[in-house]
Design a protein around this ligand. Structure first.
Ligand SMILES: NC(=O)c1ccc[n+]([C@@H]2O[C@H](COP(=O)([O-])OP(=O)(O)OC[C@H]3O[C@@H](n4cnc5c(N)ncnc54)[C@H](O)[C@@H]3O)[C@@H](O)[C@H]2O)c1
Length: 264
């Protein structure tokens, strides 16, 4: 597969890692579909890509909705005739511990509610499932060469304070192995699937955080800085062009090493 001439659908393409991936593909000659919930993010990225001379459309959609997923898949095919690459970057966090205790009594005074659990599972896992499922359906029915990309996280190994997010991200990491196994079982040869597991990445969420907390995070990173979203975009671009990469999840962390195992 080549990036040039491919059609790439990027959910969460309106910001952060998804934006970098969309721009990288556009710079390298792909036609790009920006899918995001936030219209103003879509407008900004579409304008930037048009300014670079790229071919792009934006579709406002919520990746947790089956109807919205069908809508952006249809829009991509109507605009550009096919889909070759689908990158599921839409993601959210709602951090907190499962239980909190009252300092005086030592009894539980708060539990993680479904208000924090469900949106994280819906967006990061169900959203990825729907994007991967419907993009794969289009690629199989169209007979187009395809690559499906899930975005996991190094938190797939478990991060305290992120039971919801880590639960979704471990599933996102496993998905490529299962899906490609099923493709093999069903005789589907034209579509691959890979996962990318980024470490701490320089998106607004992290660059804007308390600088002392950021320094503590970076103490565990061999590279000594945050991963640049463009470095993730280049890895995904390499996955497009190297068909031996399949049914696996690749970490890109700058050498994140937790000496004690699970992150605290
Ligand atoms: N930033 C990091 O350090 C980091 C590390 C590992 C993994 N990740 C993962 O990478 C992906 C992108 O992260 P980011 O930091 O670029 O996030 P971001 O917040 O900068 O961008 C996410 C985009 O997704 C959109 N979005 C959120 N929910 C949506 C929904 N239901 N439907 C459609 N669009 C929706 C948002 O509007 C936003 O534009 C996420 O899956 C995240 O979990 C990020």
């Amino acid at each position: 597969m080549e990036i040039k001439g491919s059609v790439a659908v990027i959910t969460g393409g309106g910001n952060g890692i998804g934006e970098a991936v969309a721009k990288y593909f556009a710079q390298n000659g792909a036609k790009v579909v920006i899918v995001d919930m936030a219209q103003k993010n879509i407008d900004r990225v579409v304008k930037d890509i048009q300014g670079m001379g790229g071919e792009v459309i934006g579709v406002q959609a919520n990746v947790t909705s089956e109807a919205d997923t069908a809508k952006f898949i249809k829009a991509a095919i109507e605009a550009f005739g096919q889909i070759n690459i689908a990158v599921s970057c839409a993601g959210i966090i709602r951090d907190g511990t499962m239980l909190s205790l009252d300092k005086e009594t030592g009894k539980v005074n708060r539990k993680m509610g479904l208000d924090k659990w469900q949106p994280v599972i819906d967006t990061n896992l169900t959203g990825t499932f729907l994007t991967v499922r419907d993009a794969a359906e289009a690629m199989v029915n169209g007979g187009w060469p395809g690559l499906l990309v899930t975005i996991s996280s190094v938190n797939k190994v478990g991060q305290v304070g992120q039971l919801n997010y880590s639960s979704a991200k471990v599933a996102d990491a496993l998905l490529p192995k299962i899906v490609v196994g099923e493709f093999l079982m069903r005789g589907i040869r034209n579509v691959r699937c890979v996962g990318i597991a980024p470490g701490y990445t320089a998106t607004p969420m992290l660059t804007g955080m308390n600088q002392e907390a950021l320094k503590a995070i970076l103490a565990d990173v061999h590279l000594g800085r945050l991963v640049d979203p463009n470095e993730i975009a280049r890895l995904i671009g390499h996955c497009v062009e190297n068909e031996a990469i399949n049914a696996t999840t690749l970490e890109i962390t700058g050498g994140l090493c937790y000496p004690g195992g699970i992150a605290k």
